[in-house]
Design a protein around this ligand. Structure first.
Ligand SMILES: [Zn+2]
Length: 416
């Protein structure tokens, strides 16, 4: 994702400086502040954290030759592959067994990725051989608990059948990673590596048990990101995020839906240029509420106009909403980033919904991103479409334009 990469540049420059300083004297290194954690994938929707690592092996079953550090990495790698096959961007907090770190930086990595979900992968262990049950831990109830419930159901549902694995339920854990991560964050302990039957399964060369655990984790993440609960509560909003978008709705109104929900829907349909889609959706949910536009309407209009970000206008030009495509042969203008595409659409919609954009206001500096701003102004569009319904015949020729946007919004966000 472009924004995360941009913020990484100063650190790359700092790394060059550090290398120069190290050439002078290694002792200087201890005086330098350590940089903020970076997102290893340059932005990811899901961050998986293989527990332990480096000098910390976690639990060990010496008789079976099992080390939690190594198993957690293997399972997290398998789950990442499965989630990527589903279209989710995934980053891991560590990708080898030599890297170790405390728990808090793991949560910071998830924040740097602006992830939608964080899962720390562990295996359980006990000093008696008998116990074997799945357990999911959460840090902050309001943020994590609903995700933990979804994940626990996925673990038990996929891993218990045909085995003696029990359901250990949920528990709270004051783990630095869970407490630091700003998004829904959980720690899973799917099985006990100290249980001899389970250890035999985990050690199988086929890797079938480890693959099943990875599949259960991927299922849990996918189910969560598709669920209504994944929509964050928005304090201060009088409108439910699930309130259905209707053709008669005003464009200026309380924010509905959520960026996370919109992105999960985009992934589910196979949106193209997903990093740009993400930047686009993030910017809509940041900027539109600032100027009073309902971001759910903005994003739904874009999904309709771009066939869920799969049309040539999106893929080749990052055109978010048919801006400047005045006829079948008209060439689309280009936007360099998903964020700029969002700004242009918001400027253009604001002009229709309210009127000309105040030069010294929030949107003023983005007017230049809208190549059709002056043309729309000259055509008398300013303030001409306060409602979705009024966009028909003005933004688009389709008389059912408002109904189509409302339908897409319901597909994306639900709502009764
Ligand atoms: Zn552990």
């Amino acid at each position: 994702m472009s924004r995360a990469w941009t913020s990484a540049w100063p650190q790359l420059a700092a790394a060059g400086l550090l290398a120069a300083l190290l050439a002078v004297g290694g002792a200087l290194a201890s005086l330098l502040p350590s940089g903020a954690p970076r997102c290893p994938a340059g932005g990811a929707w899901v961050v998986l954290d293989p527990g332990h690592g480096g000098d910390d092996p976690g639990a060990v079953n010496a008789a079976a030759g099992l080390v939690e550090r190594d198993l957690a990495l293997d399972i997290a790698n398998r789950a990442a592959t499965l989630l990527r096959q589903d279209g989710y961007g995934v980053a891991l907090t560590r990708t080898d067994d030599q890297t170790g770190m405390a728990n808090t930086p793991r949560g910071r990595i998830a924040n740097a990725c602006r992830a939608l979900a964080y899962v720390s992968v562990h295996l359980n262990s006990f000093d008696q051989p008998d116990p074997d049950y799945a357990r999911t831990l959460w840090g902050i109830a309001a943020k994590d608990r609903a995700f933990a419930e979804t994940m626990q159901a996925a673990l038990v549902g996929r891993l218990a059948p045909g085995t003696a694995l029990g359901d250990g339920g949920l528990d709270q854990l004051e783990n630095g990673g869970l407490l630091t991560a700003r998004m829904p964050a959980i720690l899973v302990e799917p099985v006990f590596l100290s249980n001899p039957d389970e250890a035999r399964l985990l050690a199988e060369p086929s890797g079938a048990r480890r693959q099943a655990i990875a599949q259960a984790i991927a299922d849990g993440v996918d189910a969560w990101l598709r669920s209504e609960s994944a929509v964050p509560a928005r304090p201060g909003s009088s409108v439910s995020p699930f309130a259905a978008v209707r053709p008669t709705d005003r464009l200026i109104g309380p924010a509905r839906g959520s960026a996370g929900r919109a992105m999960a829907a985009a992934v589910a349909v196979g949106a193209e240029r997903p990093d740009d889609v993400r930047a686009y959706i993030d910017e809509v949910y940041r900027l539109a509420p600032e100027v009073g536009l309902d971001p759910a309407v903005v994003v739904a209009q874009s999904a309709l106009e771009t066939d869920w970000w799969r049309s040539p206008a999106w893929v080749e030009h990052l055109n978010p909403a048919g801006i400047g495509i005045t006829g079948p042969d008209a060439k689309s203008p280009d936007w360099p980033t998903g964020s700029d595409a969002a700004r242009a659409q918001i400027v253009h919609l604001y002009l229709y919904a309210v009127g000309s954009v105040p030069k010294d206001g929030t949107l003023g500096r983005f007017v230049a991103l809208d190549p059709r701003y002056d043309a729309a102004l000259d055509a008398g569009r300013a303030g001409s479409a306060p409602t979705l319904a009024a966009l028909a015949g003005r933004w688009a020729a389709d008389p059912a334009y408002a109904e189509s946007i409302a339908r897409v919004a319901r597909e994306m966000f639900g709502g009764g």
